[in-house]
Design a protein around this ligand. Structure first.
Ligand SMILES: Cc1cc2nc3c(=O)[nH]c(=O)nc-3n(C[C@H](O)[C@H](O)[C@H](O)COP(=O)(O)OP(=O)(O)OC[C@H]3O[C@@H](n4cnc5c(N)ncnc54)[C@H](O)[C@@H]3O)c2cc1C
Length: 508
């Protein structure tokens, strides 16, 4: 008699990598279910709609690496996802200059700093000797100050902080070594009708493979279980079975599931947790091997934040795709370069030292903020602000009134107007305080060694009986396109494929 809760393979997490894993297994006749802690599907793909019907992507927005991204063609062929390449005109804006003239030549200097990071920092630093992007900028400026104008010295480093809005961490913490190794291929296409459209296309593939006619049947038929938080995983060595324990987030009921193979797609920020009282944390018995634990300690999670400001009409320049608002010059850095004053750089991977007091009103011109002009990309009167930590955490804990108090001077500055209307709606992300993401994606902090972590998780031979029955997938378990949707998707395809091969071999 088959046991009620037995499945050949169990997948933890219904983000893109969980769904893709299920597709690969189902296609190859492997019985599987997905267990998801949240009450919704999609994980870090999450589209909401405003009252006026505008789709807003709280998670991913772009198909990155368009030269090599396998999802782009797939989606294009399907024909229901709308794209906009938002790589047209972009303005650099400062408090002092408004829109900065190209004559200041900040971009060529920032390009040279990038070349310095790529050429020098990759070779110079190891995870043990690594420095922050801010410190690497200082090294560059010290060497090249005789070639720079005063304004370049002051503002070009602030332009290099563009990386903050790509990764989601402050340049005080960003690793110069990892940033310079972070490779990207081709253009980036912004999805304008909701990234969830792509996820839903994947769900459609899955429900058809399962013999259903709509997504809801995946849930009704128990192919995907929602609201079930996995808190413990054990292994019965005699029976060669993995036991998975879940707590229902609504009824609090505990359930036990059994499987032969396990695919774990939870974010590494959650996998790292060792305080099992924390929501989402999973206790492994026997524990995860020491090597994996040690490698998980060498990765961090960043905190990219998004803020959508919806207005009645567009009142900002509408020929520009992006507005990059630079922070005001870093006086400590400039002084150290010009007058040789002493400057210290943090080597501390822990970000708690520079948090913003939630009761304060931070100066908006101290932070880098990138505004995407959705009036151009999606023909809606919305500005989407990308922000990095520590601002992300501040915004997450602030009322809409405080959020607007922060952004108003920046929006006024990009629009070139003294008085501007207030937004009709404000929506912002809360990924840092969400227990099932605990940040945005795998980061690149000083001293991190993400490749070593990927290797240890992909090998993961010594978990349980050493036969590779546990596979890790997701955006943090890939060297190709780490942090990205297509990276998560590709890792799932590969790792689920390994389970299929194993099962096929065992049938011979
Ligand atoms: C603000 C933001 C912007 C981004 N922008 C882009 C972009 O433009 N382009 C791009 O390519 N990528 C972007 N990304 C990254 C992209 O969203 C992710 O790489 C991708 O969605 C990750 O998919 P995943 O399946 O690996 O993880 P997830 O989507 O996080 O799925 C993991 C699932 O596991 C569940 N889970 C966690 N713990 C448990 C537990 N204990 N029990 C059961 N279930 C659990 C979670 O609820 C979640 O549903 C962005 C991410 C963020 C947050």
């Amino acid at each position: 008699m088959p046991q009620k809760n037995f499945h050949q393979t169990i997948i933890i997490g219904a983000g893109i990598s969980g769904i893709k894993s299920s597709i690969e297994l189902t296609k190859n006749g492997v019985d599987n279910i997905i267990i998801e802690a949240r009450d919704r599907l999609g994980g870090r793909l999450h589209t909401i709609k405003t009252k006026t019907g505008i789709p807003m992507d709280l998670g991913a927005s772009w198909f990155h690496d368009c030269l090599v991204n396998p999802l782009l063609k797939k989606t294009f062929d399907k024909g229901n996802v709308n794209f906009y390449y938002d790589d047209g005109k972009w303005d650099i804006v400062t408090k002092k200059h408004g829109v900065v003239s190209d004559n200041l030549k900040l971009r060529p200097v920032a390009d040279e700093v990038n070349a310095y990071l790529k050429e020098i920092c990759t070779k110079k630093y190891t995870p043990a000797t690594d420095v922050s992007v801010r410190e690497a900028c200082y090294d560059y400026l010290k060497q090249k100050k005789f070639t720079l104008t005063k304004e370049q010295l002051e503002y070009a480093p602030q332009l290099v902080r563009y990386f903050e809005l790509w990764i989601g961490s402050s340049w005080d913490l960003l690793s110069a070594r990892c940033i310079s190794e972070d490779a990207h291929y081709g253009r980036n296409a912004m999805v304008t009708n909701g990234y969830i459209t792509f996820y839903n296309d994947e769900l459609e593939e899955l429900f058809k493979l399962k013999g259903h006619s709509e997504t809801s049947q995946l849930i009704e038929n128990g192919n995907i279980l929602l609201n079930k938080c996995v808190y413990k995983i054990t292994f019965d060595d005699k029976a060669k079975r993995i036991h998975i324990y879940t707590r229902d987030r609504v009824s609090k009921t505990i359930e036990e599931f059994e499987c032969e193979y396990l695919i774990c797609s939870i974010p590494l920020s959650v996998l790292k947790l060792q305080d099992y009282a924390q929501e989402g944390a999973i206790q492994w018995q026997p524990p995860l091997p020491i090597d994996i634990r040690a490698k998980l300690d060498r990765i961090s999670f960043s905190s990219l934040g998004k803020v959508f400001l919806e207005f009645s009409d567009c009142f900002w320049p509408n020929k520009t795709d992006r507005f990059l608002c630079l922070a005001e010059p870093d006086d400590n850095l400039t002084d150290a370069i010009e007058n040789g004053t002493k400057i210290t750089f943090s080597k501390n991977r822990d970000s708690s030292w520079y948090k913003i007091d939630p009761r304060s009103s931070p100066d908006p011109f101290k932070y880098s903020v990138l505004f995407m002009n959705l009036s151009r990309a999606a023909k809606v009167p919305v500005l989407l602000a990308l922000i990095a930590e520590p601002l992300t955490q501040y915004i997450e804990s602030s009322s809409n009134e405080k959020v607007w108090q922060f952004f108003e001077p920046l929006v006024a500055n990009i629009s070139g107007k003294k008085t501007i209307p207030a937004p009709i709606s404000i929506h912002h992300t809360v990924w840092s305080s969400d227990p099932f993401s605990r940040g945005s994606y795998t980061g690149l902090t000083i001293g991190d060694d993400p490749d070593a972590c990927v290797d240890s998780l992909i090998e993961a031979r010594d978990i349980f009986d050493g036969t590779g029955r546990v596979r890790f997938v997701g955006e943090g378990v890939t060297k190709e396109a780490s942090g990205c949707v297509h990276g998560a998707w590709m890792s799932a395809k590969k790792e689920a494929g390994k389970i299929v091969s194993k099962i096929n071999r065992s049938k011979l």
